[in-house]
Design a binder for this molecule. Structure first.
Ligand SMILES: [Zn+2]
Length: 87
């Protein structure tokens, strides 16, 4: 199946629990750029190509680096909430 870029792809769920729109940016009809790891992804294979990219090591490393920062803040927030509960 040959697929070209469509805004519908932005709303398609990705295997990591988000949406492709969280990280893809249209480059041209058959290519998108990944915002997280700056890779070019050819989408002629359709969603399959995006799903494959989202589970690649390079992508996960870039995603992990971003999520890691968020998790630290989240951990602090949870700790705060717990401390308040026990007071
Ligand atoms: Zn990526």
């Amino acid at each position: 199946m040959v697929l070209h870029y469509s805004d519908d792809l932005l709303k398609t769920p990705d295997p990591n629990g988000g949406k492709f729109g969280d990280w893809i940016v249209k480059k041209d009809t058959f290519n998108v750029t990944c915002r997280l790891c700056k890779s070019n992804v050819c989408i002629k294979e359709g969603e399959k190509a995006l799903a494959k990219h989202s589970s690649s090591a390079k992508h996960h490393k870039a995603k992990g680096a971003q999520a890691g920062t968020g998790n630290i803040f989240q951990a602090f927030a949870q700790q705060d909430a717990k401390q308040r509960e026990y007071k």
